[in-house]
Design a protein around this ligand. Sequence first.
Ligand code: ADP
Length: 689
Amino acid sequence: MRMRPNRRNRDTGTMFDKILIANRGEIACRIARTSRRMGVRTVAVYSDADAAALHVASCDEAYRVGPAPPRESYLDGKAIIAAARASGAQAIHPGYGFLSENADFAAAVAAAGLVFVGPPPAAIRAMGSKAEAKTIMAKAGVPVVPGYHGSDQKDASLLAQADAIGYPVLIKAWAGGGGKGMRIVERHDAFDAALGAARREAQASFGDDRVLLEKYLTEPRHIELQVFADAHGGCVHLFERDCSVQRRHQKILEEAPAPGMTPARRALMGAAAVAAAKAIGYVGAGTVEFIVPSEAVSGKAIDAFYFMEMNTRLQVEHPVTEMITGQDLVEWQLRTAAGERLPLEQEDIPLRGHAIEARIYAEDPDRDFLPSIGRIVHLRTAPPSEHLRVETGVRSGDEISRFYDPMIAKLVVHGEDRVVALRRLAEALAGYQVVGVMTNVSFLQRLVAHDAFATGKLDTGLIARHRAELFPTATAPSERILAVAALAELACLREGSAVRAAASSDPWSPWHAIDTWWLNSDDHALVLTFEADGVAHPVRVRTAGEHAVLSVGGRDVHASIARDGAELRVRLDDSSFSATVVARGEERVVFCAGEMTRLHLADPLAHSGEEEPHGGHLMAPMSGTVVAVLVKPGEPVARGAPLMILEAMKMEHTIAAPAGGTISVINYRQGDQVAEGADLIVIDDAPQD
Ligand code: ADP
C-alpha cells in the first residue's frame, strides 16, 4: 500500500517513499542515487535553463519551478513547496547552496506538513550569521578566532577595531559564504577601500552588508569536522577533512584524514565539534569548520584551533568522509530526517585509508580563476570504480551557464594510504577530458604533482606560494602533439573527401581525392599550420603507401593512425600510443599522455594581412554589471592599475590596465550591464611606465 504524505510516524522512523530534491547539478544526481538505492522515489525541480539537465533525467519525475535566474527558480521556496505538494513527496532535501541554509524555507517546509532534510530552523538561524555563531560558540566554550563581531557597523568604529586587532585583518560578511564579501587588509590605509568592496559584494550576494573582523592568520590550515546528530540526543563526528588547498578562499582539493593529524588532536577537535552541534540542538548532517595554525597540526599545542563557522547542511566535499568511513551520508540524512537513530555509535565508526577530492571547475586559472561559460562539446572521464567516484551533473552537449555554480564535477579517490590515493587522483585527472569551456584540470594536475601537496605540507597559502611552478609560462607544443594533430586532420580530410565523393555525381573528380595520389610526392605535400600562443607550427604531410611522412620541427617522422571517433591509435616511427583530438571550429584540442594541448588550425587560405589593431581596447571578460569605474577620461594609468570593477556570478572582478597609457574612452557607467566581449575602456598607447 502506498503511504500517504504527512502521515509518517516520526517516532518509529518510517522511511519516506518519495522526496523532492530542491537542487540541481551533481548534488541532485548524487542524492537521487542514494534515494533510488533505498527505494525512495525522487522528484526533481528545474529551471528553464535545466529542462534537459542530467539531474532531471536522474529523478523519477520533475517539476518546472521557474526561469533560469536562481532567484526565480531554485531560490523560490514557494514554487518548490508547491512542486513537493503536487508530487506527493513527503520530504524536501535541499542539497547544498540555494535554500539549504535558509531557516525561513526550512520553517515553511514544516508548515506545509513536509519534512525538511536538515536541521531545525532554529539551528540554521543560530549559525546563519557568522557573527552570531561566534558569540554562541564562545559561550559554549569552543575557541573562536580573535576579532570583532559586534553590531557597531560604522566605518570609523570598524577601522578602530581593525587597528586594535592588529593587521593583517580579514573582513567577512556576517551572512558570508562562498568566499564572498571577504577581504584581507594588510594595513590601516587600505582598510576603507577593502571595507567598501566587501560591503558591496556582501550586499549583492546576501542582501546584507554587515561585516565582522577577524585576525588574519597567515597561511593556516582549514580543518573541518563532519558531525551528525539525530532527534533522540545522539551526536557523533565522522572525523576531519583537510580543505586547506584553496583559491579565492574556496576549496579545490579536500582530503581525509588531515595529513599530520594526531589522535589526541582529532579527539579534541571532534569533541569541540560535537559540543558546537549540541549547543544549538542540531539534527542531521553538519560541518564545523576550524582554522588551525599550520605548524600546530602535528605539534604539541593540540588545543590550538579556532571555530570559524558551522555549515548546517551536507558539504560539497562529503564524499571523502564517505570513502574513509564506508558510510553513505545521504542515507544517514534521510534516516535521521525520518526520525531514526544514528546508524553507528562514535566508537563504531571506521576510519580506513585515505581519500582525496578534486573539484573540476569551468574556469580559467590563468585569468584568476574567472568562471568560463559555454557548451561542453566533449566530456570523457576515467571509468568509475570502487576507488574512484566521479560526481557530475553534466554530460557532453550540456551548457555551463552564467546562472549557476561553474563546478563541472568532483573526482573522489580512495587508497589504503595517501600515496596510493594521490596516484589514483593523478590518474583520474589525466583521464578527464573536457572541451568547450576552460577548466582547471591541467592546473589541478600540476597542483597534485607538486612536491608541497605530495608531501602533505598543506596550508591555505600553498597555491600563492608556489605560483611560479603552478602557473608555468606556456611552452611550445611538442613534435608528438603536432604530429597527432596533423594525423587527426589528415584522417578528417580523407573521411570528408570520402563522404563528399560518395555524395557527388562525379565520384572520381580529383577534387574529392585528398588521398594517397596527391600527397604522394614532394610536390604535393600538404602543409598544416597549428598555432599555439600566437606562434605558428607548420607540419608538412606527404604519404608513402599506407603511411604518412610528417615533417615536424625539421625532422621526418613515419606515422599512421587508426581512428575510432575522437580516439586515435597513433604510430610514430617505432612507438605507438593513444590520443584524442577534438575539433571545435578552428580549435584542435589534443589529449595525449594525460595532457591537454589547445591548438588553432590556421586556415591556409586566410589572408595574412595585418590584423586589425585592438590593443588598447579592454573587453569585458564575461557578462556582468559594472559596480565601479575607477578612472576618468584623460587620466594617465600605469600597467596593472585597476580601472573598473565588474560583478559577475556574484563575484567582483577588477579590470586592470594591460599596459601603461592614458584613458581615452570609457564606454560604461556604474550600474550598466555589459555583455561578454563588450568594449569597456580604450587606453591610448602613450607609455606611462
Ligand atoms: P566562506 O563561508 O565565505 O567560505 P569561511 O569563513 O568559511 O568563508 O572562510 C573561507 C576560507 O578563508 C577559510 O577556509 C580560510 O582559508 C580563509 N580564512 C577564513 N578566516 C580566516 C582567518 N581568520 N585567517 C586566515 N584565513 C582565514
